[in-house]
Write a protein that binds this ligand. Structure first.
Ligand SMILES: Nc1ncnc2c1ncn2[C@@H]1O[C@H](COP(=O)(O)OP(=O)(O)OP(=O)(O)O)[C@@H](O)[C@H]1O
Length: 308
């Protein structure tokens, strides 16, 4: 989406008007509807700074970030570090500095790590959404580009809170590909089901890959197309019940959808290694090896899904 009002480019060095913190601009990270994001250095620490000319839009993002980062909820998005004003080329701007999340966008991460990580990371994503929903917000513009997998601990974090909307209002920003209304599966009212619909479409899209995704779709969009993809995919078929429930708005919360996906994930993680039955004669060592491997795999997967 294009900027509502062009944000002027930040100078190489700048200082906040009220808090007087100094920033060294390293490079631009991206431009969006609400402003521009820069990678900066502040006292030698790398941060991301989002600056915009519409102070209210920036402050709305700040309020959401503040409310979701208390206590154990701190992993929803980047931690907020500073909020301030500055004047660039005579134009008043508002900015906030946040933790710089080093990592990969969800789609790029899956391309590298493999599609078996999709359900694990969607389960984590649903934990983040559950926190956001409990604070009365809908994320809105949920798409792989707005989901980061951090390099250090492989946790999922949301970025770009520009589309976050108070529940009950009309969604502020959306992307057609994941938008419930575009798929003729409901309206654009900000509610829990809106985000869960997006999450389910993301899961399908990431599992089947870009080419198959594009070739399977036709206009007008309807959820029957998604069901066809799921039916034909060995990786998605086991998750058909929670996915269909998400398409039809049958979950009361992200936590509920997460629990159902996790049940299937757990069953599959335990079941998969057993399929590779050892050859006769190697029974003893084979079984104990596979048993240990399946336990390790289960422990690893569930650790990421549950705790991260
Ligand atoms: N905290 C962060 N850490 C690392 N990279 C970030 C961070 N925040 C944003 N980015 C990067 O900056 C880019 C632009 O972010 P931004 O939040 O402005 O998205 P946008 O779609 O351009 O925003 P909007 O349309 O809501 O104004 C993102 O795609 C992401 O790569």
């Amino acid at each position: 989406m294009s900027s509502k009002a062009a944000t002027p480019d930040l100078p190489k060095y700048f200082q906040g008007k009220w808090n007087r913190k100094s920033y060294h601009v390293l490079r631009e990270l991206g431009r969006g509807a609400n402003g521009t994001v820069y990678l900066v250095s502040q006292d030698g620490v790398r941060r991301a700074v989002k600056v915009g000319v519409e102070g209210m839009d920036i402050l709305m993002e700040v309020n959401v970030l503040k409310s979701v980062q208390q206590g154990r909820d701190s992993k929803v998005g980047p931690l907020l570090c500073d909020v301030d004003d500055l004047v660039v080329n005579g134009k008043a701007c508002t900015f906030y500095a946040m933790e710089y999340l080093e990592g990969e966008q969800l789609d790029r991460y899956i391309q590298q790590a493999g599609t078996e990580w999709v359900p694990v990371l969607i389960v984590q994503l649903l934990a983040r959404l559950d926190v956001l929903h409990k604070h009365g917000y809908t994320f809105g513009d949920l798409k792989p580009e707005n989901i980061m997998v951090s390099q250090t601990d492989k946790t999922v974090r949301l970025i770009d809170f520009g589309g976050v909307t108070k529940q009950g209002s009309a969604v502020r920003q959306f992307t057609e590909e994941y938008d419930r209304a575009f798929w003729h599966a409901g309206d654009r009212k900000a509610d829990t089901g809106y985000d869960l619909f997006c999450a389910a479409v993301i899961m399908v899209r990431l599992t089947v890959g870009k080419e198959l995704w594009k070739s399977s779709l036709s206009e007008p969009r309807h959820t029957g197309l998604l069901c066809d993809i799921i039916r034909k995919s060995d990786s998605l078929y086991p998750y058909r019940v929670p996915l269909l429930k998400a398409f039809h708005g049958k979950f009361a919360s992200a936590g509920e959808m997460r629990a159902e996906l996790l049940t299937v994930l757990r069953e599959r993680t335990v079941a998969q290694p057993r399929k590779k039955a050892p050859k006769p004669g190697k029974v003893g060592g084979g079984i104990s090896g596979l048993f240990v491997a399946s336990l390790l795999l289960l422990a690893g997967t569930l650790y990421y899904a549950w705790f991260m």
